[in-house]
Structure formats: structure tokens, C-alpha cells
Design a protein around this ligand. Structure first.
Ligand SMILES: Cc1ncc(COP(=O)(O)O)c(C=O)c1O
Length: 473
């Protein structure tokens, strides 16, 4: 980002004649919102109690400190003496690099670690946010969790009291809706389309927000290759949403496991975490990343980046629940990521994204062959999902209701294909003709067969529809 500064005319004339009358300078860094700002967002005020052992653990790391604090087992009694693993080189996929964990690193991997994560991985992940999102030190930090799901649950718990309001794009990630309902949060759905969340819908909701109601505390969105809609929100929409967050004072929870699986033709839009740097102050975006889609879902490592006060609250919740993400898998991830460096990680992510782009093309080719007239869809630019509208209603009757995709499930199962009916992603549980099809798993040679089976299921549901009458759908 840069700003243009006009020269004073008297000064300009004293400068060389060729020199442009204007010059660009880097914009001043936006100020982080102060810690006190978040008091209004934290659930139960500041009453959250930390695990007393974990609250003292940082003293253990002070040079010269003798610790009698934690009940950590002595690693010398553990049977593992080393471990090795091999990993495909990002730059040269035919090469396998062997990495081994021994000595002090092994001992670290077998032991409990600080609540936020091992310092080396935290430092690498903070560097990744600088590398990928241009974020430096603007009052934010990173913490790790047992997958981003764990962090979403904790961050939402840190903010939402029963009866609070949250805004959520519709359709929305089926794993997040129950988080809000569990916390007795009042959910307000915001419409989305093939380009993701609609700022116009958000604006209408906020402009008509009843004065007697407290404003929503957060907006939840999956901005790249959304699960389930596949949509990637363009940058201008994101800017509008950030402006609304500032105007109506809510946090943005940017849940982004598919950021690195972007394969669109145009450059990847900027993240909310990057774009908030354009605002006068930063600290409204909490970003959730995951290693699940690029390194391994089994590692169970996610990371949240955001204002220190919110991340501190997440760590307090970790200190009384999971304690931390597995040190063992953190060491595996850290060893691999440090071996690769940021450019290596990026090269690996690009290969992963190219894999899904090819899968998408294969799946779409089969849909063009077998589903035209039976379904409609938009081509995703990221991630692993097609959000498919089934045309279940009688095509000869334009006034027929759109139908409910749950009615297809049993027939689809009978035809040997399982898909997820869209109702799972509707915040208010309303009927929808959409299904979510994930194209990540099937072998290439089974893709067309799966689509054929889906086509047969739609046709059979239509036949049933005609015979039992429209009222049932
Ligand atoms: C949108 C979204 N958020 C969060 C998650 C959870 O990911 P993790 O494996 O990091 O817990 C998923 C997993 O599919 C997801 O699709």
C-alpha cells in the first residue's frame, strides 16, 4: 500500500525541473486496536480462569530457574529413541527427503509444551503470515490448536455469551453452525452467491438492525473455495465487508483452510487479514489456518492469528481443555516446514492446488456429460467442493417448487453414491435443492461413474415426484 504526498509548490520549484511534482511513500502502519477495545467482545467479561500450572509455565523457561512446577514425566523413561520420516520434495517430486528427530528435539517432541505451541513452530507460522499476508508486528500473534476446528470452537467460546448475535454466511460450513448453537448464540444468516458472501445482504441486515438489540459480535466466513459453496469472495467485496465491520463494530472470523488450494485463473484475492492493513486501525480480523489440507489432516494442527487479547483468551481455554496441540506432531510439522522454508511450502501448496484443479476439471467434464438439464453449478476456483443445485422439480412446470435435496439421498444411496444434502449447511435448517459434492477422494477412473449414478438418482427422484405429486417435495 502507498500514499501520494503532494509537494509544497515553493519546495518543488527548488527541486530539479525533471522531478515529478508528486512522490509515493509507504503509508504509515495502521495502529493496532488497544487491548481494552476487546473487553466489549470477550464472553463473561474477563472472568475466564486459566489453568494455574499453565499460568506459571513461562517461568520454567527463564535462564537459571529450577523448576518443581509441573507434573511432567521424565522423558528418559519413554521408550522412543529417535524417529525418521521421509517427505516428497516440493521442488522435485521424484525426490524423497529423509528427516530425523533425535536428541533434544526428540525429548521436546515427547514432552508437554507451552499452551500456544512450540516456540520454533510459532515463529515459523508467524513468518508465514508475513510471507503470505504481509502481516508484521501489528498487535497480533499466533497460537496453535488441535486443528482449526478446535480453535474456531475456542475463539467463538471466548467471544459469545448465550443470547449474543453472530452473522454467518449462508450456506455455511456445517462444522461451525453447531458451535454457535451449542453456545446458545442467535444466528443471523447473510446471503451468498457464486462470489461468496454478499455485502449488499450484510448491509441491509445491519441497516435494519433493531435499536433495542445488541449488535452482532462477529461475522463468520470461509472466503476461498468455501465449504460448501466453492465460492471465492473477490477483493472488492471483502473491502466492503471490512468497512461494514468497522462501521458496525464486529469481528471477522476468517476461516481459511482452503487459502493454499486456490487455483483460479486470476490472481488470488487478498485475505481479510491482509486487507485490514488498509484500514486506519487493525485488529478486527481473527484468521484461522489449517495444515490439514496441505500437510496432513492427521497431524491435527491448525493455527489462529489475531489480536493478542482474543488469542490470549483462546489459550486460556486450551489451558483448561486440550492443554495444547500434540507436541509430537508439532515437531514433525516444524521439522518439515523449516526444511522446506517458505518458498518450499509455497511450491508444495501450488502442487496440491494443481492436483485439485485437475480433479475439478475431471469432475466438471463428467457433469457436463451427464448432469446438464438435471443440475446447475458454478465452477469453483479453490478447494474441493461443487455446490450443485439439483433440478428435481418437473421441468415442464415453471411454477413447481424447487425441491429438497434430502429426498435424493436414499435414492442416491440405492444407486451406490453418497453425497451430502445441502440442508446440513443452512444455518436455519431450511430446505434446499443443493447438495455438496466433494471431488477430493475418488480415483480418476471412478469420477464419471459417480456422476452417472447421481444423474440416475435425480431422474428416479423426478419420476417419484411425478407419481406421488408435488406436495411431498
Ligand atoms: C471451512 C472449514 N473450517 C474448518 C475445518 C476444520 O479443519 P481442521 O482439520 O483444521 O480442524 C474444515 C474441515 O474440513 C473446514 O472445511
Amino acid at each position: 500500500m502507498s500514499v501520494t504526498i503532494e509537494h509544497d509548490s515553493a519546495v518543488s520549484t527548488s527541486l530539479t525541473a525533471q522531478r515529478d511534482a508528486s512522490q509515493t511513500f509507504p503509508a504509515p502502519a495502521p495502529l493496532p486496536l488497544p487491548r481494552d477495545f476487546y473487553k466489549q467482545f470477550l464472553a463473561d467479561g474477563t472472568q475466564m480462569k486459566q489453568n494455574p500450572i499453565r499460568s506459571l509455565e513461562h517461568y520454567e523457561r527463564q535462564p537459571g530457574m529450577l523448576t518443581l512446577l509441573a507434573g511432567k514425566p521424565n522423558t528418559s523413561v519413554f521408550p522412543l529413541t529417535s524417529f525418521q520420516f521421509t517427505a516428497t520434495s516440493p521442488e522435485n517430486p521424484s525426490r524423497q527427503d529423509q528427516l530425523s528427530v533425535t536428541g533434544a528435539l526428540l525429548a521436546q517432541s515427547l514432552q508437554y509444551c507451552p499452551t500456544a505451541g512450540i516456540p520454533s513452530l510459532l515463529e515459523w507460522l508467524a513468518g508465514l503470515q508475513a510471507y503470505s499476508h504481509g502481516r508484521k508486528k501489528e498487535g497480533w500473534r499466533v497460537t496453535t490448536g488441535v486443528g482449526s476446528q478446535d480453535l474456531l470452537y475456542k475463539a467463538t467460546s471466548a467471544v459469545i455469551n448465550p443470547g449474543d448475535y453472530a452473522l454467518i454466511e449462508s450456506p455455511s460450513y456445517a462444522g461451525y453452525i453447531p458451535v454457535l448453537t451449542r453456545l446458545k448464540c442467535k444466528i443471523i444468516s447473510i446471503e451468498s452467491d457464486s462470489e461468496g458472501i454478499k455485502p449488499s445482504s450484510l448491509k441491509t441486515v445491519l441497516e435494519n438492525w433493531p435499536k433495542s438489540r445488541p449488535l452482532p459480535k462477529l461475522l463468520y466466513t470461509v472466503p476461498y473455495g468455501c465449504n460448501p459453496s466453492g465460492a471465492t469472495t473477490p477483493t472488492d467485496r471483502r473491502r466492503e465487508i471490512l468497512a461494514l465491520a468497522r462501521k458496525y463494530n464486529f469481528l471477522i472470523f476468517e476461516d481459511d483452510p482452503y487459502y493454499y488450494l486456490y487455483y483460479g485463473k486470476t490472481p488470488r484475492p487478498k485475505s481479510y487479514f491482509t486487507l485490514e492493513l488498509e484500514q486506519p486501525e487493525v485488529g478486527r480480523v481473527v484468521r484461522f489456518d489449517s495444515l490439514s489440507k496441505t500437510i496432513s489432516g492427521g497431524l491435527r494442527i491448525g493455527f489462529a492469528s489475531g489480536p493478542e487479547t482474543i488469542i490470549d483468551a483462546v489459550d486460556i481455554l486450551s489451558s483448561i481443555s486440550t492443554l495444547q496441540a500434540s507436541t509430537f506432531t508439532q515437531v514433525i510439522a516444524d521439522t518439515l516446514l523449516r526444511h522446506w522454508g517458505y518458498a518450499g511450502f509455497n511450491a508444495h501448496a501450488e502442487r496440491a492446488a494443481a492436483f485439485y484443479r485437475r480433479r475439478r476439471d475431471l469432475f466438471e467434464c463428467a457433469m457436463q456429460k451427464h448432469l446438464v438439464g438435471l443440475a446447475e453449478w458454478t465452477t469453483p476456483d479453490a478447494g474441493m467442493f461443487f455446490w450443485i443445485k439439483l433440478l428435481l422439480a418437473d421441468p415442464t412446470d415453471p411454477s413447481a417448487p424447487a425441491g429438497d435435496s434430502t429426498t435424493v439421498l436414499q435414492t442416491a444411496l440405492a444407486h451406490g453414491v453418497v453425497v451430502l444434502p445441502g440442508v446440513a449447511f443452512m444455518p436455519d435448517g431450511q430446505k434446499t435443492p443443493y447438495i455438496r459434492a466433494s471431488f477430493s477422494q475418488l480415483d480418476d477412473n471412478m469420477v464419471e461413474e459417480s456422476v452417472k449414478r447421481l444423474a440416475s438418482a435425480i431422474l428416479e427422484t423426478r419420476r417419484q415426484f411425478r407419481s406421488v405429486g408435488r406436495a411431498k417435495l
